[in-house]
Ligand binder design. Structure first.
Ligand code: MF3
Ligand code: CO
Length: 280
């Protein structure tokens, strides 16, 4: 486990295979939760599904009890469910989802000491066209960020690609208060991966690097606020938000989207990007 910068972990191929196992557990849980989203389902119901999937997958929660700093409130659930004007870190509760809601589900797991982290945004029934387009633009920005990953590129190239993609899609706010991150033996590692930035800046990408890339965009402004629960991040202006995330590895063959059930094969092929899974 060498590092090319303070706190940056570089994985061996055997470690990347273990990262994939954690990522698959995350992918399966997110798929189960996304499929369960419906009118009347509570955000706490999604947490139950998350716990069941963790047990089935032999994985553990890296969200439950997570405390980012001294004196901060430990996160009380296994999944973050952020509805409408909530951007991220919404705590599951008895709130029933309603038709037209825009729901971001962010989930992580740790297995054999390695972490996975991913998020999807889904609409409950038929959402407004604006909400659907916001989510699609945010998802596209995630893949644009991924497309900038190659050995020799820099973190700023990913940030710049995400920013360009969202700006190209429409007049959206790009949240800056939170970023993507390195991921490996901990959920949050160096480097930060901002969703805006300048090309050719920052850490150089190398084979074996794993990043969680996670654009967050809004229908309004970029400012956010934290609710009194100590966790939920909402838009300051009440505009709705979307959040998409994957944990991605750079391998000797290309990109391996560890938290996609197909490893990213279909989306990478569509974009002409090298698919780089490692055989077991
Ligand atoms: N998945 C979030 C991220 O992408 C972190 C969730 S915070 C937690 O950084 F407390 F819920 F773990
Ligand atoms: Co993350």
């Amino acid at each position: 486990m060498s590092a090319s910068g303070a706190g940056v972990e570089i994985r061996t191929e055997d470690e990347l295979r273990l990262m994939r196992r954690a990522g698959l557990a995350v992918a399966r849980a997110l798929a189960a939760m996304a499929a369960a989203v419906d009118v009347g389902v509570t955000t706490a119901d999604l947490d139950v599904i998350a716990r069941q999937t963790l047990a089935q997958e032999g994985a553990e929660s890296n969200f439950l009890g997570y405390a980012p700093g001294w004196g901060t409130t430990p996160y009380p659930a296994t999944v973050c469910v952020s509805v409408n004007q909530a951007v991220v870190h919404g705590i599951p509760d008895r709130t029933a989802l309603a038709a037209g809601d825009l729901v971001s589900i962010d989930f992580g797991a740790v297995k054999d000491g390695f972490h996975g982290d991913a998020a999807v945004t889904v609409a409950v029934g038929a959402a407004s066209q604006a909400a659907v387009r916001l989510s699609a633009a945010t998802r596209e920005a995630l893949w644009a960020g991924l497309a900038a990953m190659r050995p020799g590129a820099r973190v700023g190239d990913i940030s710049h690609a995400i920013e360009r993609s969202i700006r190209h899609a429409g007049r959206y706010g790009i949240v800056r208060d939170l970023t993507g991150h390195g991921i490996g033996t901990a959920m949050h590692q160096e480097p930060d991966v901002p969703n805006v930035g300048r090309p050719h800046r920052g850490l150089e990408l190398v084979e074996g690097l794993c990043l969680a890339i996670e654009p967050m965009a809004t229908l309004g402004g970029v400012r956010t606020a934290e609710l009194d629960d100590g966790w939920t991040i909402v838009t300051a202006d009440g505009s709705w938000a979307a959040h998409w995330e994957h944990t991605v590895a750079l391998t000797r063959h290309g990109l391996w989207v560890l938290t996609a059930e197909d490893g990213g094969q279909a989306e990478l092929a569509r974009r002409g990007l090298p698919f780089g899974p490692l055989a077991d």
